[in-house]
Design a protein around this ligand. Sequence first.
Ligand SMILES: [Zn+2]
Length: 389
Amino acid sequence: MNFILFTNCNILDVVNEKICKGSILVEDGVIREVGDVKDPEGAEIVDLNGAYVSPGLFNCHTHILMSGEPSISHNGDVESVVNALENCRKLVSTGVTFIRDMGGSRFYDIQLRDMQKKGKICAPEMQVSGKNICMTGGHGWDGGREADGPDDARKAAREQLKAGADWIKLMATGGVMTKGVEPGSPQLTEEEMRAAIQEAHKVNARTATHAQGTEGIKNALRAGIDSIEHGFYLDQWCLDYMKENNVWFVPTLSAMYWIKKNGVEAGIPEWAVKKVNGAFDAHKDSFLRAYKAGIKICLGTDAGTPFNFHDMTAYEMILMVEDGMTPWDAIKSGTINAAQLCQVEATHGTIEPGKTANLTVYAKDPVSDIHNVMDVCMTVIGGKIAYCK
Ligand SMILES: [Zn+2]
C-alpha cells in the first residue's frame, strides 16, 4: 500500500461551490478520504500550507503535435514527437491532468496516450481522435483524412477507430488556419457526418466537430454530434437544439484571443488574422448566449494554434470570466463538466473518495480572483506528484 496524505489544503468542492479546509488521503493513486483525516502509519505527508486544491484541470481541445508556431507547419516525425513531449511537460507543469486531443496526424496521439497509460512518459491522461476527417481540400486536410461521400466518411471513421481513437473529429466548416477556406462555409455534409457518427456511436466512441459557421453547425447537430468546437455563429435554433439534446460546447476562446493579440506583426498570415477579426465579436456573443441559455460548456483552448501555447490552458478560465461567466462556472468547465464530456465522471472531475487522485494545486484562491489559476504550485496525476514548483 502506498499512502500519501496531503494536509493543510483548501479543497475546492466544485459540486457545491464551496471551499473546505482539510486533508486528502490517497492510496495507490485513488482518493480514499477527504476532510478531517487521521494520518495512517507509513503515509508520506505533503503539507500544502493552505494552498487551494482543485480537481485536476482538463483541456478538452489540444493539438499536442503542434506548438503554437505563427503559421501551422508540419514538422518531421522526430521533431513532432519531441515537440509533443515538451508540450505534455508544459501541460503538466501548469496543472493539466487530462487532455482531449482533437486531431493529430500519423496516429502519434494514439501511441502517446498509450505510453502515458503505461507510465512511460510524463503527460496528462489523454483521450485522442486520430486524424480529423474533412472533405477533400477542406479545413485541416493537411494531416487529416480526406473523405467524400457518406461511404467514404464511414470508412474514414472506421479507420480512426481501428487505430484506437476515443473520439472522431469531423470538420463541419472551414476554419481560420487553412488558407482559402472560410470559417462560415459548410464543408462535410450532414449525410457524411451522420455516417461517421453512427460508426463512432456503435462502439461507444464520441464525436466532436470543428464547426464555426451556422449552417455547418446545424448540419453537425442534425447528424447527431456530441460536441461543438469553436461555434462562432450559434443562432437560437442551435442553442435550443443543443440544450434539448445535451450537446456540449467547447468555445476555445483562447484560439481567437492569441491570434488577435499577436497579429500579422508576429508572423501570423494576414488571411488568418483577417478571419479572426471578422468573427471575434460574434464568437464572444455566441459564448455568452450559450452560457446564459444553460448550454453545457467545457474548457478547451485549441492549444498548438498560433501563440496558443500548451502552458496557457488555465488562461481560458480568465477569458471566460472576462466574457461573463462566474469563476465557479469557469472552474467547473475545466473539471466536472469536462469529466462528463469525456464520460469519465465516475472517476474524475471532483475530489471525492473513490476518484482518481488527479489534483491541481493553486497557490492562491482562484475563486476570489480567477487570475490565480495561472499560479499552479503542484500537479498530481494518478496519485503521483507530476509537478512541484
Ligand atoms: Zn483545434
